[in-house]
Ligand binder design. Structure first.
Ligand SMILES: NC(=O)N[C@@H](O)C(=O)O
Length: 244
């Protein structure tokens, strides 16, 4: 089910920032090797981070609980779920021109949420290597979202309410970072960055019931009259240039 939201003459420009756990914390988790400097061979002799253990006869480091996974379908109308692993092959999006020639701009027309489950996107080696993570907090409940089921109990959930475009945040992720959207977190469908014709492949893990309205709720931004809604993310030039 798609809810159409009239954003009137809203004109928003958000500049994307690098994806870090600290910046993204209100919306979910970033999963990346916390100590790329630490080789498993050295792990036996060096102190490890608190969530790490030496594993596989000393040939690996295991970092535990790297992301919160939630299955809240016991609170859904269906009351059932199964774990789902899928793959999304995400084409690099065409960006719009921005104020500076080096920058790119992405117009956000649609947001979605999975109210009863976290959703983890893990990139795997592909022709593209960066992506944009766009999220928004929830507004207070209103008449337009009355029909959308959400969990009523659970610590730290956004709860009811349509996306608050004024609170939009955008992050540029590298291919060594996976991201978990918190249950019920409004987010844009994946935006791969890179040359046209390239794509970034993701292994995606979530729970689902098979009931459309429980699994994925969509919002489309519209503007009264003929004008397109202006909810834009600006990607700074240095985040678009290939890595050295
Ligand atoms: N995030 C994204 O690209 N898509 C999804 O969340 C989906 O379930 O379709």
């Amino acid at each position: 089910m798609t809810v159409t939201v009239d954003v009137g003459d809203l004109d928003i420009r958000v500049t994307a920032q690098p994806l870090t756990q600290e910046a993204f914390a209100p919306f979910g988790d970033v999963i990346t090797n916390p100590r790329p400097d630490l080789h498993p061979a050295a792990a036996a002799a060096s102190p490890l981070p608190p969530n790490a253990i030496s594993a596989n006869q000393g040939s690996a480091i295991q970092y535990r609980d790297v992301s919160r996974i939630r299955d809240l379908y016991s609170q859904a109308p269906s009351g059932r779920s199964i774990p789902k692993m899928s793959m999304f092959v995400c084409a690099a999006r065409k960006l719009l021109p921005a104020d500076k020639a080096s920058e790119g701009r992405f117009r956000v027309g649609i947001m979605e949420r999975h109210p009863f489950t976290t959703q983890t996107f893990t990139p795997i080696t592909s022709s593209a290597s960066r992506y944009l993570v766009i999220v928004a907090p929830s507004l207070a409940p209103g008449v337009q979202d009355e029909g959308l089921p959400v969990p009523t109990a659970g610590h730290g959930l956004p709860g009811r309410g349509l996306p608050d475009a004024r609170g939009l945040r955008a992050y540029v992720a590298e291919s060594n970072q996976a991201v978990t959207y918190g249950a019920g977190t409004w987010h844009s469908p994946m935006v791969t960055l890179g040359e046209q014709g390239t794509a970034l492949d993701f292994v995606v893990f979530q729970f689902a019931s098979g009931e459309g309205i429980e699994d994925c709720q969509l919002v489309e931004f519209r503007s009264a009259g003929s004008r397109e809604p202006r909810i834009d993310v600006v990607i700074p030039g240095q985040m678009l240039s290939p890595k050295l």
